[in-house]
Design a protein around this ligand. Structure first.
Ligand SMILES: Cc1cc2nc3c(=O)[nH]c(=O)nc-3n(C[C@H](O)[C@H](O)[C@H](O)COP(=O)(O)O)c2cc1C
Length: 257
């Protein structure tokens, strides 16, 4: 069973390719996370958890969800991380999480995809040609990853050095606590009040009031709202108006997989 969370489609694309290759079912965790749905998951085949990397680690809300979710059947868990090129401590966190659940950590793969973190000037947007190259290169790695999973082999990824962990350990919570304000999100006159932003927010942080989204304070900066808006009617401060609203659906169709 493949379980995935995805805000702008990168991880969804990878998860669906993997599910096809493994002839396995694929579950979108977004709705489950949003609705606090902890219905147990059962699989005869190994579990594969696919998630983006946020601030050099697994997204907190994905980690918290996996921690509480009852897994039944197969005890092996693989992880596939998509990032803009640096997965940091995601593998270390995944291993700890899995062992604590009395399950078997089977390693992880790191796939470099287009960066979707458009609300920060710290991360430059990925140019369209580079987006195409990353999507194509990562797709090309799927059959190798699926082969390892089918044959019960462990996945291996880059070694994370102690000094990296020592930097990330304080950096991640400080960034998450202070660098992700939601007050700078706003809608433009392109907004038709469809409410999609509210429905895709994994942590229920967007309320529709008088047909306009209002952001609460718990934002995870996942980009699901701003990059999922069908009218590109959401902006963040003066950082995003001139930036492309990246979504993998501009490059590939997820329906045909
Ligand atoms: C809040 C946030 C933090 C991110 N931090 C990192 C990071 O530390 N390293 C990195 O390489 N990419 C980072 N990214 C980029 C995403 O991991 C990457 O674009 C991912 O493929 C997005 O997946 P999705 O389209 O399934 O949501 C970050 C993105 C967001 C939204």
């Amino acid at each position: 069973m493949i379980l995935y969370f995805s805000a702008s489609g990168n991880t969804e694309y990878i998860a669906k390719l993997l599910a096809k290759e493994l002839d396995d079912e694929c579950i979108d965790m977004n709705e489950r996370i949003r609705t606090n749905d902890y219905t147990r998951v059962f699989s005869k085949k190994p579990f594969v958890i696919c998630t983006p990397v946020y601030v050099c680690d697994m997204p907190t809300f994905v980690r918290e969800y996996i921690k509480r979710l009852p897994f039944r059947g197969n005890r092996k868990v693989y992880y596939v991380f998509t990032s803009g090129g640096y997965a940091g401590m995601s593998g270390t966190t995944a291993k700890k999480l899995t062992v604590r659940k009395n399950m078997i950590y089977m390693g992880h793969a790191e796939l470099t995809m287009p960066s979707n973190h458009i609300v920060s000037n710290a991360y430059p947007p990925t140019e369209p040609d580079e987006c195409r190259r990353r999507i194509s290169d990562s797709s090309g790695r799927i059959s190798g990853i699926a082969y390892a999973i089918k044959h019960g082999e462990k996945l291996t990824a880059r070694h994370v050095y102690l000094f990296e962990k020592l930097v990330i350990l304080p950096f991640n919570p400080i960034w998450v606590r202070y660098m992700q304000p939601s007050k700078d999100f706003r809608t433009t006159d392109k907004c038709v009040g469809c409410g999609k932003c509210s429905r895709v927010c994994p942590i229920n942080n967007i309320q529709m009031i008088e047909k306009r989204p209002v952001w609460g304070e718990r934002c995870a900066h996942c980009m699901a709202c701003i990059l999922g808006c069908p009218f590109e009617a959401i902006e963040y401060a003066d950082i995003t108006p001139c930036k492309d609203k990246y979504n993998i659906r501009k490059y590939v169709s997820l329906k045909d997989i």
